[in-house]
Design a protein around this ligand. Structure first.
Ligand code: 6GU
Length: 237
C-alpha cells in the first residue's frame, strides 16, 4: 500500500463510518491505503487509565498527558512523518495534501480537551496542521479531512473518470458550474454552449466561469496565481 495512516486518538470509534463509506471504504478493501487506530489510553498503567489532567497555572478544561502520547509515538515505524492536528497549525491545503501523499507512514495525533502538554513538540519533530480557522472539539474531524484529501492523490483511489485533473484547485481556481438533464427546469435552461458539441468553446466557457466564481467568492486565490492576458480578457472584456 502507498500510505499507512496511524491515527492516534482517544476516540478510535469516531472513524468507523467515514472509513467504511464510499471511495474510502473501497480503497481500504483494495489495500490502496492502510489505516491503524491507536488509543493512547492503551499505554496508561494506572488503575483509572488516566489520559488527561488539570492545567498548571489554572484555567478551564483538561490537558492531555505526555506519557501515553509519547509511548504511542515511540511505537510508530521508523521514518514515520508525525502530524499534530491543532487549530494553531498550518491550514490544510491541496499542496500540503499532495506532499503528505508521498509518505509511507503518517502518524496523525488528534488532540482533545483544551490541548496537549506543550512539551510533546519538544520531544518529537511534529508538523502542526489545522483544518482551518474555526474551532472543533478535537483533531479527529481535521484528521478525516487530511486523510481524505491525501487519499485522493493515491494511485487507484479515484476511478479513471474522475482522476485529479479537472477538479477545484488543480487549476488554482474554483470549479466551473455543472449541469445535467433535464435541459430546462422551471424555466431555467442549461447554457446553450454546453449543448453545442464544440469542445473548444465549452473549455473556454468553463475557464471563464471558473475565473468568475473565483473572483467573486475567493478573490485572494487570484493573488498567488498570476493572471494571463486571456484571464483578464475574460474578467473584464
Ligand atoms: Cl486540528 N483541532 C481543533 N480542536 N480545532 C480545529 C482544528 C483542529 N482545525 C481547525 N479547528
Amino acid at each position: 500500500t502507498s500510505v499507512h495512516f496511524h491515527i492516534i486518538t482517544l476516540f478510535p470509534e469516531y472513524f468507523d463510518s467515514p472509513l467504511s463509506c464510499g471511495l474510502m471504504g473501497k480503497a481500504l478493501e483494495k489495500d490502496v491505503l492502510e489505516v491503524s487506530r491507536i488509543n493512547p489510553r492503551e499505554f496508561t498503567r494506572d488503575r483509572h487509565r488516566t489520559v488527561d489532567d488539570r492545567p498548571y497555572g489554572g484555567g478551564p478544561g483538561m490537558v492531555m498527558l505526555l506519557d501515553p502520547l509519547v509511548q504511542a509515538l515511540n511505537a510508530m515505524p521508523p521514518g514515520c512523518r508525525k502530524v499534530l492536528l491543532t487549530p494553531k497549525g498550518k491550514p490544510l491545503d491541496q499542496s500540503l495534501a499532495a506532499s503528505l501523499a508521498k509518505e509511507n507512514d503518517l502518524a496523525l495525533v488528534c488532540g482533545r480537551y483544551e490541548g496537549i502538554d506543550a512539551r510533546l513538540e519538544e520531544l518529537f519533530d511534529l508538523d502542526l496542521v489545522s483544518a482551518g480557522d474555526f474551532v472543533l472539539n478535537g483533531g479527529e474531524a481535521a484528521a478525516l479531512c487530511l486523510m481524505e484529501s491525501v487519499a485522493r492523490f493515491l494511485p487507484g483511489f479515484l476511478g479513471k473518470q474522475e482522476s485529479a485533473g479537472e477538479e477545484s484547485f488543480s487549476s488554482g481556481l474554483l470549479e466551473y458550474p455543472h449541469y445535467t438533464r433535464p435541459e430546462e427546469y422551471a424555466g431555467l435552461k442549461v447554457p446553450e454552449v454546453l449543448l453545442s458539441g464544440d469542445h473548444g468553446r465549452i473549455a473556454a466557457w468553463r475557464w471563464q466561469k471558473a475565473l468568475e466564481n473565483t473572483f467573486r467568492q475567493r478573490p485572494e486565490l487570484l493573488t498567488t496565481r498570476p493572471l494571463t492576458s486571456n484571464d483578464l480578457d475574460f474578467l473584464h472584456g
